[in-house]
Write a protein that binds this ligand. Structure first.
Ligand SMILES: NC(=O)c1ccc[n+]([C@@H]2O[C@H](COP(=O)([O-])OP(=O)(O)OC[C@H]3O[C@@H](n4cnc5c(N)ncnc54)[C@H](O)[C@@H]3O)[C@@H](O)[C@H]2O)c1
Length: 270
């Protein structure tokens, strides 16, 4: 077998990549990365407006029409199992639980059980459902495949709750990053290792990507507190994960399996 050129290693020619949460901020970036490597992205999201927005952005940037499916990943039907080569489990809830009646529901003491179930159902249950349906199909098809789970720097480290603190609030009302975010993101790294070994004989690789926080007009105080925790001294730009997605989806990472690629400006090593 001849050695592939770098261009061939990163090529996704004729490969179909299903991206859950394709209607969100990073869903667009993942799809642009797939298109940039010559692949065919398929967007899946519960939010039709998000899908239309991503389709329009991809059309404007890449001049390409893309397929999209409006679908809730917590109730995925196996009849949807079209043949795909790459699954990017990217969808998640970003729980921001507000205060009301003098109670802050993001705090562990008050965290509602139905919120716990909803967050886990989407973030972990959705990745499980999609991996089960599409991974089984990839395994049966016998052409190999790639599964990527989008975790987070908070899948590796604990949230620093000082980031969310407000001087104006009493201790019991201080907002925190909800427990479900940590549990979902750590769980996805566990799911990655499980899947990496489950279908390895069928040539299906699974890795996770742990991005650090993307700057999206968050308030200045939060941004300045967070950037002090990041060795590179800034939050990520949304398009800075495209190279990692291209690498993880393609043969450029063909000997990588069961790993977690941490891309957080160095936050988790400080
Ligand atoms: N943005 C960041 O700073 C950051 C940092 C680290 C990790 N991440 C992770 O990257 C991923 C994408 O983040 P994002 O910033 O693009 O988030 P986002 O909220 O913009 O996008 C998430 C998408 O998931 C969709 N979704 C939610 N529930 C769904 C369901 N039941 N079925 C189908 N789709 C559903 C939403 O409609 C949304 O479009 C998430 O897993 C997130 O935790 C993001």
């Amino acid at each position: 077998m001849s050695t592939k050129s770098i261009g061939e290693l990163f090529s996704l020619q004729d490969r179909v990549a299903l991206i859950t949460g394709g209607g969100g901020l990073l869903g667009f970036e993942h799809a642009a990365a797939v298109l940039g490597c010559g692949g065919i992205p398929v967007l899946m999201d519960i939010n039709p407006a998000g899908l239309r927005r991503t389709e329009a952005l991809l059309q404007a940037e890449c001049g390409q029409e893309v397929f999209s499916l409006e679908c809730d990943i917590t109730s995925l039907d196996s009849v949807l199992a079209a043949r795909i080569d790459i699954l990017i489990n990217n969808a998640a809830r970003n729980p921001k639980v507000e205060s009301s009646g003098g109670v802050n529901f993001s705090r562990l003491e008050n965290f509602p059980t139905d919120q716990w179930q909803l967050d886990l159902n989407v973030g972990l249950g959705g990745a499980f459902n999609c991996s089960k349906v599409f991974g089984s199909h990839m395994a049966e098809a016998g052409q190999g495949g790639v599964i990527i789970n989008i975790a987070s720097d908070l899948g590796v480290i604990a949230p620093d709750q000082r980031l969310y603190r407000s001087d104006k609030l009493e201790a019991h009302l201080q907002p925190v990053k909800p427990v479900t975010y940590s549990v979902v993101k750590h769980g996805l790294i566990g799911l990655t290792k499980y899947l990496a070994t489950y279908w390895c004989e069928q040539g299906i690789r699974c890795n996770s990507l742990s991005p650090g926080g993307v700057y999206a007009n968050q308030d200045d105080v939060f941004v300045s507190k967070l950037t002090r925790l990041i060795p590179l001294g800034r939050m990520a730009k949304a398009d800075e994960y495209r190279g990692a997605i291209a690498f993880l989806c393609s043969d450029a990472s063909m000997y990588m399996n069961g790993s977690n690629l941490v891309m957080d400006g160095g936050r988790s090593v400080w």
